[in-house]
Design a protein around this ligand. Structure first.
Ligand SMILES: Cc1cc2nc3c(=O)[nH]c(=O)nc-3n(C[C@H](O)[C@H](O)[C@H](O)COP(=O)(O)OP(=O)(O)OC[C@H]3O[C@@H](n4cnc5c(N)ncnc54)[C@H](O)[C@@H]3O)c2cc1C
Length: 222
């Protein structure tokens, strides 16, 4: 990170709602904290751009995060869906995806040199970009017959047993489960899979243990 740079920006965006929802936010907060400790805050803009309407889906956490955003002076940009990165010229392109009724309140933010162009496309220059790319299962899984229509391992939400191949179980990031992909979720999935697999091998039946969708993650605020 260049010390004393006149203008450093950080765009943290989520392309995919299944991503770990807090990792990108933690990095934005830590970046800010670093700038503060280096004494270059006044020469720095930190921008958090997201295609979503809010910073976090769960209200109590959202309220706390908005206080952090306010305390740090981070530019929060909802409805900014990343569509293109011009790495050579260091420009990020976003499409403004707000519902129609919100579009009339869109104003250019001169503080961060953003520029609105035709088709609700927004150009923002940056010095440093941090983003979470679209996530996918490994190629050999994605291109196998084991996946569901979204490309993740096709398992039952509760038993974690494959929906078509009963001798296969899936857990972790590769599993097509309607929950956030985290290590904490894996911790709760492992005992379920171990129980079912052991019983399947020993008694040709699965047990009654059930994964309830639990997931959690620490969120670092600096
Ligand atoms: C920046 C970031 C921060 C995070 N913070 C947290 C956190 O604070 N708390 C939390 O609970 N979770 C966190 N997570 C999520 C957590 O890291 C993942 O959910 C977890 O690691 C998933 O474990 P996994 O074993 O399913 O997959 P992985 O950890 O991805 O393991 C899959 C392994 O398979 C290997 N592999 C891939 N293809 C092949 C192949 N063809 N042959 C052999 N091996 C192969 C890969 O190299 C990899 O080692 C974070 C994730 C990120 C990216």
């Amino acid at each position: 990170m260049p010390k004393g740079a006149t203008w450093i920006r950080d765009y943290t965006t989520a392309f995919n709602p299944e991503n770990n929802a807090v990792a990108t936010k933690s990095s934005g907060n830590l970046t800010y904290d670093y700038f503060r400790k280096q004494g270059i805050l006044k020469k720095t803009n930190v921008i958090f751009a997201t295609p979503g309407s809010v910073i976090f889906g769960v209200k109590p956490i959202r309220d706390t995060l908005m206080k952090v955003i306010g305390r740090y002076g981070i530019n929060f940009k909802p409805f900014y869906a990343p569509i293109k990165i011009d790495a050579e010229h260091k420009v990020a392109y976003f499409k403004h995806v707000a519902p129609d009724e919100n579009k009339c309140v869109l104003n250019e933010d001169n503080g961060i040199a953003e520029e609105f162009t035709e088709g609700n496309i927004i150009k923002i220059p940056f010095d440093m970009l941090h983003l979470a790319p679209p996530q996918a299962a490994p190629k050999f899984v994605r291109e196998s017959s084991l996946v569901n229509e979204t490309g993740w391992l096709d398992v039952d939400t509760n038993s974690l047993q494959h929906n078509r191949y009963t001798n296969i179980f899936g857990l972790g990031d590769v599993a097509g489960l309607p929950t956030a992909k985290t290590g904490a979720a894996v911790r709760k999935q492992v005992p379920v899979v171990v129980d079912h697999l052991s019983l399947l091998i020993a008694q040709n039946r699965i047990g009654t243990r059930s994964y309830n969708g639990y997931s959690s993650c620490t969120l670092v605020t600096g």
